[in-house]
Ligand binder design. Structure first.
Ligand code: UGA
Length: 463
């Protein structure tokens, strides 16, 4: 089959690469020629500058110019296409609604180009990136307004998580396809032929609106589950003496009905999807007069969670941030990525700067460059106080306190490094419970404050 993927962000590029592995002829299109050039170069470094996803660069190198092509000229690739997957950015507006400006512009252009093609074969336009419920209908109207002949629309949401996207795309837990017509279901069945009737993969065919809803309900459910652990489980561990949060988690998740994923308490969930999707669903449900209290609570818990360890350092430890140097480790929204979108570290750093810290020593194994772009001193001169380091130990050197904001493996067991590099009084704020051997720190008179546990001050340490 001939497939065009419009938009080469993380969703589009992974989809294009993996579709080429299914044996289709895939054209990845983007209106940014620099990105197209970088991907077409086949160079890992060039590709990962835009999308850093394990295993992706090697698939691109393998398939390129045989099954996978890159183009920024839609007119030259449109003929004889069976399916067009729309993987476009849909950023949030201030009121939580979804900004469809990029989406609309790309779809309008696609309509114009497709209307002018010579062949008349059936073409399906498929919404792959997350778009509000009803957007497939909007897509249909736009194509009709351009008099595109013989087309269908579909919703086929993406459920990949960053960092494991390639392996998940090769073996998804489900494929959801929403169409109006059998002929469009048939085209999508051919795209995903190895997953139809698969014993372990659920291939779900439904209406476009249901497919769109599945994506929002799934993501807001996952965030609500994380918020439940952060807002209830972690609080029990922090407020009630002798409750061990890790044992609490083990005991609760021993029930097969309760997931282990999401039960790891943290300083909030970040990333490009959860925050944006819950805000969008709240907005969409308000439009149809549905109470959104539960979703609002889940969103609020998650947002406050990002900074509350900083608040706890003041109220429970009596730490004074003014003029201090704070090391912040883990800038990306989670391990194995350089993605800074909605990362908890952004709120942490803004909160620290608001409290008058003198310097921030920042470190992330992958995201230092991306963080430099986010904390641009041109936007806020306080960002001048951030210095980036190439190793955790370097960032810790000379600091008065440490904040661990992501779950990079290398932060686990940092206690020895801390002991060797800095002297107490020193506060470790652990947003990801990465220091299981905190006892050693307490014995050496360090203070330890972790999500899910009461503040541990040296004089309370067991000897
Ligand atoms: C999320 C969903 O997991 C995917 O199913 C979905 O397809 C994707 O959004 C999307 O809509 O594109 P992703 O944003 O890549 O995937 O990241 P996750 O692995 O879900 O992590 C999100 C955040 O939750 C991270 O900050 C992570 O550290 C945090 N988290 C995760 C916790 O705080 N606790 C946990 O137990 C698990």
């Amino acid at each position: 089959m001939k497939i065009i993927v419009v938009g080469t962000g993380y969703v589009g590029l992974v989809h294009a690469a993996v579709c080429s592995e299914y044996g289709h002829e895939v054209y990845a299109y983007d209106n940014d020629p620099k990105k197209i050039e970088a991907f077409a170069s086949g160079q890992t470094e060039e590709i990962e500058r835009y999308v850093n996803e394990p295993g992706l660069a090697s698939i691109i190198r393998e398939a390129q110019d045989r099954y996978l092509f890159f183009s920024s000229d839609l007119n030259s690739i449109i003929e004889k296409t069976d399916a067009v997957f729309l993987c476009l950015p849909t950023p949030p507006n201030l009121d939580g609604s979804t900004n469809l400006t990029y989406y609309d512009a790309a779809v309008q252009y696609m309509g114009k180009v497709t209307a002018g093609r010579k062949d008349q074969r059936r073409i399906v336009f498929v919404n792959k990136s997350t778009v509000p419920i009803g957007t497939a209908r909007r897509l249909e109207r736009i194509m009709q307004s351009h008099n595109v002949p013989n087309f269908g629309v579909a919703s086929n949401p993406e459920f990949l998580a960053e960092g494991t996207a390639v392996s998940q795309a090769r073996r998804p837990d489900r494929v959801v396809v929403g169409c109006d017509f059998q002929e469009d279901f048939r085209i999508l069945r051919r795209v995903y032929s190895q997953f139809v009737n698969h014993v372990r993969i659920k291939y779900i065919e439904t209406t476009p609106e249901t497919a769109e809803s599945i994506k929002y309900v799934a993501n807001t459910m996952l965030l609500t589950y994380i918020s439940f652990w952060n807002g209830v489980g972690a609080k029990i561990g922090e407020k009630i003496p002798n409750v061990k949060i890790d044992d609490l988690r083990l005991g609760v998740t021993a029930d097969d009905r309760i997931s282990t994923w999401g039960s790891f308490v943290s300083n909030g969930a970040g990333g490009s999807c959860f925050g944006k999707d819950i805000a969008s669903l709240i907005y969409q449900l308000r439009q149809v007069n549905v109470s959104t209290k539960m979703l609002e609570a889940s969103h609020e818990v998650n947002e406050y969670q990002k900074i509350y360890l900083v608040d706890r350092a003041i109220t429970e430890v009596g730490f004074k941030f003014n003029n201090k140097t704070i090391a912040v480790l883990g800038l990306a929204f989670k391990k194995h990525t350089n993605d800074m979108r909605d990362a908890s570290s952004i709120k942490v750093i803004e909160s620290l700067l608001g409290k008058g810290v003198a310097c921030i020593n920042a470190y992330d194994p992958l995201a230092n460059d991306a963080a430099r772009a986010v904390f641009d001193p041109g936007k806020n001169n306080l960002f001048d106080k951030i210095t980036y380091y190439d190793a955790a130990a370097e960032a810790i050197k000379g600091s008065d306190a440490l904040f661990i904001s992501s779950d990079c493996e290398e932060f686990r067991g940092l206690s020895r490094t801390i002991e060797e590099i800095v002297n107490p009084p020193y506060l470790v704020m652990d947003g990801r419970r990465m220091i299981p051997d905190y006892d050693a720190l307490l014995k050496k008179k360090f203070s330890y404050l972790a999500v899910g546990t009461m503040a541990m001050l040296p004089n309370k340490a067991e000897s």
